[in-house]
Design a protein around this ligand. Structure first.
Ligand code: ADP
Ligand code: MG
Length: 350
């Protein structure tokens, strides 16, 4: 296979196994996001791939060949970290040229390449500027240009937008994807932010409990979280214990708050997720043939929606509506929700 292959990586610090058998493959040209909560071992894994740390067990391969004996500077991987450490006493051009100089690239090729990558990140003509006079977002793009300049076969970005304001982050994440895609750059993007991972990546690897908890395209993971852990991590908290039982007409999902007939191949015990985006606040209609009545516990407003906490048979569930199909009742009053069970309910086997 062309690209990166991580095979069963283990790493222990003191008494704790931080990585407990992480495996995944990354195709050449692919943007992969490595997503996990803070402390889940993302940076540790990047350091192992970069050759800055050794795994206790397992292997990293590039194009099928082990990297373990290859020293960091010969791996031809680029790195960019959260604290965009641009060299303060060098101008933008010198910063971007750094890796090329280290590799002994001649002046002419270096200056052409510097121009090229500055153009790629949308900062042409800033070669002579002092980095300190640029905005945080601009500095981040210079740091990206610096890591891309030596044309690394893999660039690894460790929470590169972590230090920036939310609004800048939201704009930069789309630009970053465009930049990486336009140069077909293979990139491993590390973040704890689900939204960021989903926006930038072709595929997402979620780390949980030291292992690869789920791998897939953003769409696949969102539509089919494979465990309650993943569902919760993605902010889908409407989870109920339930049973999937076969019946002549399909599968019957049984929970504390209701029983529904769905087309689902699974059976057994598990957890049932009610997707908030597939639930309408209000009574049933043609499209949403099933409804539940609960009690409104609380409501809050944000720019995009009204968020409602609804208690149904002692379970608190969260829903939101931007264009609510009804007047929102007072706290403590009954409120109805409606949905198509086949779209709104996902059975996750135990
Ligand atoms: P993440 O990048 O996902 O936030 P890290 O890889 O930085 O996670 O860290 C994972 C865990 O390993 C943390 O608990 C951290 O304290 C620990 N750790 C990381 N590096 C070292 C080290 N060099 N020595 C001891 N513990 C470490
Ligand atoms: Mg980290």
């Amino acid at each position: 296979m062309e690209g990166l292959e991580i095979q069963d990586i283990w790493k222990r610090f003191g008494e704790v196994d931080v990585l407990r058998g992480v495996s995944f493959k990354q195709e050449k040209g692919e943007i992969l996001a490595l997503l996990g909560p803070s402390g889940s071992g993302k940076t540790t894994l990047l350091e192992i791939i970069a050759g800055l740390a050794d795994p206790d067990q397992g292997d990293c391969l590039w194009n099928g060949e082990s990297l373990l004996e290859v020293p960091p500077h010969l791996r031809n991987f680029g790195l960019m970290f959260q604290e965009y450490v641009l060299f303060p006493h060098k101008n933008v051009g010198e910063n971007v040229a750094f890796g090329l100089k280290m590799a002994g690239t001649n002046r002419e090729i270096t200056s052409t390449r510097v121009e090229e990558v500055l153009d790629l990140v949308g900062l042409s003509g800033l070669e002579d500027r002092d980095p300190a006079t640029l905005s945080g977002g601009e500095q981040q793009r210079i740091a990206l240009a610096r890591s891309l300049a030596p044309e690394p076969r893999l660039v690894m970005l460790d929470e590169p937008l972590g230090a920036l304001d939310r609004s800048i982050r939201e704009r930069l994440i789309g630009e970053l994807r465009d930049i990486l895609k336009s140069s077909s750059q293979t990139a491993l993007y590390v973040t704890h932010d689900q939204e960021e991972a989903f926006r930038i990546a072709d595929r997402v690897v979620i780390l949980g409990n030291g292992k690869t908890a789920q791998i897939g395209t953003p769409r696949q993971i969102y539509h089919q979280p494979n465990s309650p852990y993943i569902a919760r991590f993605l902010g889908m908290n409407n989870l109920l214990k339930g049973e999937a039982k076969p019946s002549p007409k399909g599968t019957v999902l049984e929970t504390d708050i209701g029983t529904w007939l769905v087309e689902d191949p699974h059976q057994g015990s598990g957890v049932i997720l009610i997707r908030p985006d597939q639930v309408r606040v209000g009574p049933e209609d043609d499209k949403r043939a099933s409804s539940l009545t609960g009690k409104l516990v609380s409501s809050s407003f944000s720019s995009s929606a009204i968020h409602l906490n609804i208690e149904i048979n002692s379970h608190q569930l969260g829903f939101s509506c931007s264009d609510c199909g009804m007047d929102i009742p007072q706290t403590g009053e009954p409120i109805q929700i409606s949905f198509d069970p086949n779209k709104a309910l996902l059975f996750i086997p135990a």
